[in-house]
Write a protein that binds this ligand. Structure first.
Ligand SMILES: Cc1cc2nc3c(=O)[nH]c(=O)nc-3n(C[C@H](O)[C@H](O)[C@H](O)COP(=O)(O)O)c2cc1C
Length: 188
């Protein structure tokens, strides 16, 4: 039996871990999750949840320090890596080819194996350094998908804003979903 291709979700120490939680919930056991050390700190600040509970529906949860884990190798057949939220630090390391934890290593693998790599940066305003890093990676085919929800669906709850961004990530992954809103033209 051929194993279903998995999606790696790398969570780093930027604000907005709710985007990752919702993505992991939707993907369920199609997702393998990597949490950097600082992601665990931000998860605690923003949700109060222990890391295991945060990614409760995932197939596996790896620590960023675990450089011997399967996704550190190109022989591991993950289909795509989504880094959500992506800190400026992780963005810079990926752009520089530094692979010093499991998220940055998996990103280096995704680049060398020409697999789908989606980064969801969360920082505002954006420095010229970060813009240059994003441009460099975008030119290599990396999808830069800022955590920047649209308001044309008239969101009422935080969950609506989270779903807008997660829906765009799922679209990029080619995963069928029924969350968020799509623009269908101006209201009658
Ligand atoms: C509560 C909290 C929120 C943070 N939010 C951001 C953020 O939105 N964007 C960012 O680039 N860094 C943010 N940082 C700083 C990163 O955590 C820090 O740069 C860290 O080195 C990132 O490491 P990592 O990418 O390996 O997880 C935040 C830190 C804390 C403690």
């Amino acid at each position: 039996m051929v194993e279903e291709p998995r999606i790696l979700v790398g969570v780093t120490g930027a604000s907005g871990v709710e985007y990752a939680r919702r993505l992991i919930d939707v993907l369920g056991d199609r997702a393998d999750v990597i949490l950097t050390k600082d992601a665990s700190a931000v998860i605690d600040v923003e949700t109060g949840l222990p890391p295991k509970e945060f990614a409760a529906h995932a197939r596996a949860v790896y620590r960023g320090e675990d450089l011997a884990a399967a996704p550190a190798s190109g022989s591991d057949r993950f289909r795509a890596l989504v880094v959500v939220p992506c800190s400026g630090t992780t963005l810079a390391k990926i752009a520089a080819g530094i692979a010093d934890n499991l998220v940055t290593r998996a990103a280096a693998v995704a680049l060398k194996e020409r697999r789908l790599l989606i980064l969801v940066p969360r920082e505002t305003p954006v420095s010229a350094i970060a813009l240059e890093n994003e441009l460099k990676l975008a030119r290599l085919g990396v999808v830069i998908l800022p955590a920047s929800p649209g308001f044309y669906g008239r969101p009422r709850r935080i969950e609506d804003l989270v779903d807008f961004v997660v829906a765009r990530i799922l679209d990029q992954l080619g995963v069928e979903h029924a969350i968020g809103v799509r623009w269908t033209g101006p209201p009658e």
